[in-house]
Design a protein around this ligand. Structure first.
Ligand code: HEC
Ligand SMILES: [Cu+2]
Length: 374
């Protein structure tokens, strides 16, 4: 059950989003290859296997123990170091304790007198003062070093810059240098150590606090209204990395999933070129298009090159280039799109898009139009 960052793209026979993984996981036998008698210890077995196998062994798309980008890697290494130090202290202290308990336990031959009382040993006092001080200093310095590396990196000039705006309950991504605006599915180029091309994210919020957390790429950073934060990632391998809004932001916080597609350089450049184009819907769907442009849809959604320039909801210019809708809540299929515009609550209860009470025919026409937004 080895997995790496690569997950099947659309057309590989199944939609790839977080919950599917859990379902698949439930159906598969445990990685040790054991028979039915082993299923009871499945979870324990999994975490032990993860601990033993180390990075590269990905159990879940959000596995903390499988960093794939420098900030995540340095946080991971620091935590392993801190745990190792704590473990060493634990072993020494409990070793001494066990020794004392066994060696000096009550014996039948004891004469019942109080044992000799020892006071003041300068050597021992010094040892148990100085050693902990050294340990604390080492932990402090190594944390400070990682914090500096994560927060104040020296990044190349040609780093990709993305403005991430958290909304209840979806993500807006703007690439100012590339003239691209998209939603929910972030694309970044791979950054192989020989030719680093990191991505710098400026985090903003349109409403309340959110938190950007893709565990394999970096630690969490909050998106706070009127307080821009920044973070950076430099994913070393292509593939899909998943995450989750990590700050409770309202009813549909749980369906505010993060999907980061790490593309090869060429793939990323092609993607950015295509995203920068305005929409070019065919004439065959003019009824759906007219409906879209004469309905409240355009107050909330942008379709570049048309009258629609709303910013309350996701940019729909290249809607069909995305694998999921509603921030990873459902695969982007005709049925789901139709269901979504008929009644968003059916997919995401509490979402801030209203059900517009449209007729059957109108729903079909609108869906037909949306399907042309490639
Ligand atoms: C009041 C504002 C508003 C109106 C009006 C509105 N929407 Fe939305 N729409 C939203 C919001 C907000 C979302 C994001 C919901 C979420 O994911 O939580 C959204 C999401 C969507 C999505 C999913 C986009 C994605 O990539 O996830 C589609 C498709 C969509 N709307 C189509 C329409 C159509 C078609 C209409 C007109 C019939 C319409 N919307 C009217 C606010 C609106
Ligand atoms: Cu959120």
């Amino acid at each position: 059950m080895r997995r790496d960052g690569h997950r099947p793209r659309r057309g590989a026979g199944e939609p790839s989003w977080g919950l599917m993984w859990l379902e698949r996981q439930a159906k598969q036998p445990s990685p040790s290859g054991g028979g039915p008698e082993q299923t009871g210890e499945g979870l324990v077995g999994l975490s032990v296997a993860a601990a033993l196998a180390g990075p590269g062994y990905v159990l879940s798309p959000t596995d903390l123990f499988s960093p794939a980008s420098s900030p995540a890697q340095s946080v991971y290494e620091l935590s392993v170091f801190v745990v190792a130090v704590a473990l060493a202290i634990f072993v020494v202290v409990f070793g001494l304790l066990a020794y004392a308990v066994l060696r000096f336990r009550h014996r039948g031959a004891d004469d019942g007198r109080e044992p000799p009382q020892v006071y003041g040993s300068t050597q021992i006092e010094l040892a148990w003062t100085i050693i902990p001080v050294i340990i604390v200093i080492v932990l402090f310095l190594s944390s400070a070093r990682v914090i500096a590396a994560v927060q104040r990196p020296t990044l190349p000039e040609d780093a990709v810059r993305v403005t991430v705006i958290g909304h209840q309950f979806w993500w807006e991504y703007r690439y100012p240098g590339l003239n691209v605006v998209t939603a929910n599915e972030l694309h970044v180029p791979v950054s192989d150590p020989a030719h680093p091309r990191p991505t710098i994210l400026t985090l903003l919020s349109a409403d309340t606090d959110h938190s950007f957390w893709v565990p394999r790429l970096a630690g969490k950073t909050d998106l706070i209204p009127n307080f821009p934060n920044t973070m950076w990632i430099d994913p070393h391998r292509t593939g899909l990395y998943e995450g989750q809004c990590a700050q409770y932001c309202g009813t549909q916080h749980a369906k505010m999933l993060l999907r980061v597609y790490v593309d090869s350089r060429e793939e990323f450049d092609r993607w950015a070129r295509e995203q920068a184009r305005p929409a070019s819907p065919g004439a065959a769907v003019s009824r759906g298009r007219r409906l879209f442009e004469t309905t409240a849809c355009i107050n909330c959604h942008t379709v570049a090159g048309t009258a629609a320039n709303g910013r309350f909801g996701p940019d729909l210019t290249h809607l069909m280039s995305r694998e999921t809708i509603a921030s990873g809540a459902a695969p982007n299929t005709r049925q789901n799109l139709r269901l979504w515009i008929e009644n968003p609550d059916a997919i995401k209860p509490g979402s801030l898009m209203p059900a517009m009470q449209l007729e059957r025919q109108e729903l079909d026409d609108l869906t037909g139009y949306l399907l042309t937004l490639r």
